[in-house]
Each structure stands twice: as C-alpha cells, then as structure tokens.
Design a protein around this ligand. Sequence first.
Ligand SMILES: Cc1cc2nc3c(=O)[nH]c(=O)nc-3n(C[C@H](O)[C@H](O)[C@H](O)COP(=O)(O)O)c2cc1C
Length: 193
Amino acid sequence: MRVLVLHAHPDPDSFNAALFREVVAALREGGHEVDACDLYEEGFEPVLSRAERRGYHAIPANRAPVEDHVRRIERAEALVLVHPVWNFGTPAILKGYFDRVFLPGVSFRLVDGRVRPNLQHIRKLAIVTTYGATRLRAWLAGDPPRKYATRVLRALIRPAAPIAYLAHYDMNRSTDATRGAFMARVKADMARF
Ligand SMILES: Cc1cc2nc3c(=O)[nH]c(=O)nc-3n(C[C@H](O)[C@H](O)[C@H](O)COP(=O)(O)O)c2cc1C
C-alpha cells in the first residue's frame, strides 16, 4: 500500500521521533511504499491565513497554497500519524496540517450544506502516540485526541476501515522497559500493516 506517515515532534532525539523512524522502517520492510512526512523537518507552515480562510470553499483553487500536501494525501491508501499529545490535542503543527490540508474538495465535500467524506481511498488508519497522563486522567478529560482519531478521522475515510490507536500513556513515569515494550508493539503492528 501507499502509506502517508505524518510526524509531528520538534526533536529528532525524542522518543516520538524514534517511533516515527521505526514506523517508517517497519512499513518499508513490509513492502509498503512510504511517504514519510516529518512536518517540522519539512518546515510546514500551520497557520491558515486570511486569504486561505476567504478562499476556503473555492474548489479547486483552495488547494493551491498546499498543493503538494494535497497531492500526497490523495495518493495515499493508508494514513499513519505519529505524535505526542499536547494539551490533550495534537501538536499545533499537525492541527494546522488538518486546518490547511483537510479542505472542502479534499477531505470532505459539502452537499446541500452537509459534510460528506472524501478520503475513501484511505482504507487503513493508525495513530501512534504518547501521553504524559495516565489512561484514567486522559479518560477523565474525555481523551480528545483518541476521539478525534476514532470518530472524526474515521468518518472521513473508507467506511469500516480498520483503525489502530497505539498509545503509550503515563510517559511521565515511563521506564526503558515500558518504552521498549511499546516500541516493540508498534514495530509488530506496522510489520503486519
Ligand atoms: C507542550 C506540552 C503539552 C503537553 N500536554 C499534555 C497533555 O495535555 N496531556 C498529556 O497527557 N500529556 C501532555 N504532555 C506530555 C507529553 O505528551 C509527553 O511529554 C510526550 O508524550 C513524551 O513524548 P516525547 O518524549 O517523545 O516528547 C505535554 C507536553 C508538552 C511539551
């Protein structure tokens, strides 16, 4: 499959960056064609400008400012996100990717004012993420990033497409053993993607 891997972490020495490299390597070993998009490394500009907001509904001109990223997601048959949880959401650079690239005519269409999904060519979704909080604390907060992935993104892709949500909670108290076990789980999941 052609897999677009979106990564959002500023530090190449971080655990998240190591997860990203493992995901890309395991997918490639499994024979997948991987488009590895490190948003920080590529200098992605996450701010939706005034002009973009004004032209937001103008299909297809709305895609011009992010044409390359639109082309990359339109080629993808699967999507993998690798990011830490910040303020119970994704890092701003990834949120900005959704704001600017998930446009009308790209990720959804408006039909009689109602949202219709437009990423049905994506038939598999995986999220690899880490939380400082425990699973309980995240649950008490409503776990917004989990819901965004399993409810919002799910609704945009092929109906009934499998979704894997791989999360290491409680990173604040993680050890070499917990991080190693999570890395192994991610590698195994990606190997049989
Ligand atoms: C700006 C910032 C905001 C954060 N907000 C949260 C949060 O809302 N919930 C949470 O569980 N952890 C939060 N964390 C903790 C990160 O999730 C944790 O540092 C990260 O998962 C560790 O992975 P890393 O070592 O690869 O950065 C935050 C960390 C930072 C730097």
